[in-house]
Design a protein around this ligand. Structure first.
Ligand SMILES: *[C@@H]1O[C@H](CO)[C@@H](O)[C@H](O)[C@H]1NC(C)=O
Ligand SMILES: *[C@@H]1O[C@H](CO)[C@@H](O)[C@H](O)[C@H]1NC(C)=O
Ligand SMILES: *[C@@H]1O[C@H](CO)[C@@H](O)[C@H](O)[C@H]1NC(C)=O
Ligand SMILES: *[C@@H]1O[C@H](CO)[C@@H](O)[C@H](O)[C@H]1NC(C)=O
Ligand SMILES: *[C@@H]1O[C@H](CO)[C@@H](O)[C@H](O)[C@H]1NC(C)=O
Ligand SMILES: *[C@@H]1O[C@H](CO)[C@@H](O)[C@H](O)[C@H]1NC(C)=O
Ligand SMILES: *[C@@H]1O[C@H](CO)[C@@H](O)[C@H](O)[C@H]1NC(C)=O
Length: 501
């Protein structure tokens, strides 16, 4: 069939033209990272990953080798630096792509402006629930690391599976970056079908464990976000009160540094170690599921090398790859894929709307494995649940994984259903023994939509004890109806002052 031959020849010619003549373009990238190495996403840690991606894209000889990324690093301070730099820098020419900032408040300002300017922003941060609003002010934001809302799906799947009904969200609020506040705010938003109480305490104050335990009493599950020492205090107090014998479920959220919790975090070398070990037998840790693949090895080694070459001394474990490092690397790849596609379809790099939309609702191969972006431009998250599996030794293992892309749990051999069954309050639910049960898919779909940023239409009680304030807020299902109020409060979930609600 000569006809189809011709078509075939044309096709091959077109193909080889595409390979030998890749689309060329110069792309100005403005990156906002803090200099201070106490951040897991400091310049020293993340910059090598962005440069690694830039190198890979240029040299792998593929369809992206015509892209020349001019990467400019600017400092951010998690307060206002980034927005000022962005405004000053953009008097002449606006960047084509912004990477970062990570910190919520700083990101809010930058993303608002960038969205107005039609400039795509990709961040491995901006994890707060409020950034999920892509309809207006955050329209150009793509979140390349799983947000707190995605993390909350894991809890919902568990609540569904174990038929838990109520939870106390217990967190330490630093009133500055407010990471724990935003972390549990994500849970709060998602769990509209449950009876949720919150309890915040400020960082400077002594933790009144008696009062905390008093508030635990009428809930089943306690979800905590706070420093390791405070966690230990709470767990020890709970243990003394015999609340750690299966009558309550304890969770702590430690997304980025979980190895510190997972193994031996109860240990302090004091007289309470033995109690703490026993108490931690009922503490489960939720963390990010990390994957690796062969290419990751080289990447990881290169990261270590870069940090060593830079001779950083104030930066312990700076060479280790965390979610931010990985995320900003993959951000470059995702942008390249989207830009290439957009240009092939006749758009220019200046059409940020089109490029942004092409980064959403797709799956691509990241440095550590598949990265799946949802239709709202947020990464689907995979999380691991760790539990103490050997109480004698006090060691933890990952017992289950949650896959955000399909909303299923994978129960690992170390998983023990008894451990997650509330005792002395509920009748045990009839339990299937199927170890690979998929759960929570139906629960999740409705919730994600329904979670729209309804922070706190709450009845708030303020307790003043000693010289610090504790906020207890309770929500019941019926209060959720008033969506008008929720819309008003939308801003608060970024600017946020839910203690002052
Ligand atoms: C870095 O951040 C930490 C924690 O926020 C702070 O204590 C320290 O003073 C900062 N260092 C510098 C050089 O700003
Ligand atoms: C990780 O956790 C350990 C123990 O809590 C802590 O000493 C260390 O500073 C943490 N690392 C980072 C980067 O937060
Ligand atoms: C936990 O710590 C113990 C002893 O410190 C060690 O033998 C074990 O390999 C560690 N487990 C993990 C998963 O890191
Ligand atoms: C990583 O791979 C590159 C190219 O294949 C190679 O030049 C480099 O030496 C490798 N790095 C390490 C640390 O193995
Ligand atoms: C980007 O592309 C869209 C879709 O074709 C178009 O509506 C819009 O006007 C373009 N924007 C710019 C700045 O060219
Ligand atoms: C997302 O992608 C899937 C498959 O690629 C497609 O069927 C679906 O229509 C897309 N959704 C949106 C909202 O673009
Ligand atoms: C869900 O996704 C994970 C990761 O992609 C996969 O391993 C698992 O088999 C999937 N489960 C189902 C039920 O599709």
């Amino acid at each position: 069939m000569p006809h189809s031959h011709t078509v075939c020849v044309y096709f091959v010619m077109a193909l080889s033209a595409a390979v030998t003549n890749p689309i060329t373009e110069d792309i100005d990238v403005l990156v906002f990272l803090p200099q201070n190495n106490s951040y897991l996403f400091s310049h020293a840690r993340v910059a090598p990953a962005i440069l690694y991606a830039q190198r890979t894209l240029r040299t792998d000889g593929g369809r992206f080798s015509g892209f020349h990324f001019n990467v400019h690093f600017e400092k951010s301070d998690c307060v206002n630096d980034a927005i000022f730099v962005l405004v000053d820098k953009s008097c002449g020419q606006k960047p084509d792509l912004i990477l970062g900032p990570v910190c919520e408040y700083e990101a809010a300002a930058v993303v608002r402006l960038a969205s107005h300017w039609d400039v795509p922003v990709i961040s491995a941060g901006a994890l707060a629930a409020g950034f999920g609003n892509k309809k207006s002010e955050y329209s150009h934001l793509t979140r390349i690391a799983p947000s707190y809302g995605k993390m909350a799906e894991t809890f919902i799947a568990m609540f569904e599976h174990f038929t838990w009904k109520s939870a106390l969200l217990l967190y330490e609020d630093d009133k500055e970056e407010r990471n724990c506040y935003f972390t549990l705010e994500g849970v709060y938003h998602q769990m509209i079908d449950y009876n949720i109480k919150t309890y915040a305490f400020s960082q400077e104050d002594r933790l009144d464990t008696e009062d905390v335990l008093h508030n635990i009493q009428d809930t089943e599950v306690v979800i905590m976000c706070m420093g390791a020492d405070k966690i230990r205090e709470v767990m020890l107090a709970a243990h003394r009160r015999r609340l750690t014998s299966g009558n309550y479920m304890f969770f702590n959220v430690e997304l980025f540094n979980a190895s510190s919790y997972g193994n031996g975090s109860w240990k302090r070398g004091d007289k309470y170690d033995n109690d703490a070990r026993q108490a931690y037998a009922s503490l489960n840790t939720l963390t990010l599921l990390r994957t690796v693949k062969p290419e990751f090895e080289n990447f990881s080694m290169e990261m270590k090398k870069s940090v060593e070459q830079a001779g950083l001394h104030d930066c312990k474990d700076c060479g280790s790859v965390n979610m931010f490092v990985e995320g900003f690397h993959d951000a470059m790849l995702l942008y390249a894929v989207a830009l290439h596609e957009a240009m092939k379809n006749g758009y220019s790099k200046k059409n940020g709307t089109v490029i942004t939309s092409r980064m959403w609702n797709r799956t691509f191969e990241g440095i550590a494995g598949q990265v799946s972006m949802d239709v709202n431009g947020d990464r689907n998250g995979d999380f691991s649940l760790m539990s103490m599996t050997n109480v004698e030794a006090g060691t933890y293992e990952v017992v289950a994984n949650y896959f955000g892309v399909n909303g299923t749990f994978q129960l690992l051999p170390a998983f023990n259903t008894d451990h997650f069954t509330l005792r002395g309050r509920h009748k045990a639910q009839p339990e299937t023994t199927d170890k690979s049960c998929g759960l929570g898919v139906s629960a999740l779909t409705g919730v994600i939509v329904g979670a729209v940023l309804g922070t706190a239409l709450l009845i708030a009680f303020y307790f003043f004890r000693k010289n610090y304030r504790i906020t207890i807020e309770r929500r019941s299902r019926s209060e959720e109806g008033d969506t008008g109020k929720h819309r008003q409060l939308r801003e608060d979930s970024i600017r946020s002052n839910f203690s002052a609600a």
